[in-house]
Design a protein around this ligand. Structure first.
Ligand SMILES: Cc1cc2nc3c(=O)[nH]c(=O)nc-3n(C[C@H](O)[C@H](O)[C@H](O)COP(=O)(O)O)c2cc1C
Length: 222
């Protein structure tokens, strides 16, 4: 039984989990995460997303194959050729081992959650022209994050992944998804084998925050 944690502790320790046991996830827990997801903000409260929960092992295998095909193209291009120091190199290598592990074992994660977004333009126009209040994606990712945080509260791991998008048509074909939807994200959902913890961030809040006018920085006092 997962110990109860507060909201802030939960979100501070929610990170990409890429190693899972094969233990199943209850349908009740999946519903809890979905209900948390739909409570997220969206422009005009229109909720421009749908979820597709994939449990079928054959379909998970096919999804994993599509993901791996994307990974095989992407990985050689993004791998850094050099690192500023050993600590950065070791950090990258650790992360990369987990990423490779997920790619090689994705079908074993008991649930794949696909987040679908209709290809609509939410830009509103008037006589002066378009009013760019935010792309459609901006109304979907809060729901994705809520899903991941709810999973964390239940002791379940997730990782936001998008490599399947390199061959998104194959995903649509496999799962009968109409062309009008983008398959925005694939979240593996399962019981993680690693530990929860606060993930390293190179850009701390103080470095990327201005107060009153851009560029005016403050040190945190306590
Ligand atoms: C838009 C987006 C796409 C991502 N795609 C992938 C992916 O395809 N595969 C993967 O293993 N992780 C993917 N990630 C996860 C990031 O690598 C991860 O969030 C980041 O390294 C921070 O991880 P941490 O919180 O454990 O430190 C993606 C994250 C985002 C926001």
């Amino acid at each position: 039984m997962e110990k109860e944690i507060g909201l802030l502790e939960g979100l501070m320790t929610t990170r990409a989990m890429r190693r899972y046991s094969e233990e199943s996830v209850s349908e009740e827990d999946i519903w809890t995460c979905l209900e948390a997801a739909v409570q997220a903000p969206s422009g005009g409260n229109i909720q421009p997303y749908q979820f597709l929960i994939v449990q079928d092992p054959d379909l998970r295998f096919e999804l994993a194959e599509i993901y791996r095909k994307g990974w095989a193209r992407y990985e050689p291009v993004i791998a850094p050729k050099e690192f500023p120091n050993d600590a950065v190199r070791e950090g990258w290598e650790r992360n990369n081992r987990a990423t490779v592990h997920l790619a090689e074992n994705l079908e074993r994660v008991p649930v794949h959650v696909l987040v679908l977004m209709p290809s609509i333009d939410m830009t509103v126009h008037d006589d002066e022209g378009p009013m760019p209040v935010g792309p459609t994606h901006a109304s979907v990712y809060p729901a994705v994050q809520n899903f991941m945080l709810a999973a964390r509260s239940l002791g379940l791991g997730t990782s936001l992944t998008t490599l399947h998008r390199i061959y998104e048509d194959d995903v649509r074909d496999l799962l009968n998804i109409p062309d009008r939807y983008e398959v925005l994200a694939l979240l593996p959902l399962g019981h993680p084998t690693g530990n929860w913890g606060v993930a390293p961030r190179h850009r701390s809040a103080d470095k990327i925050t201005s107060w009153n006018r851009f560029g005016e920085k403050r040190d945190r006092e306590h």
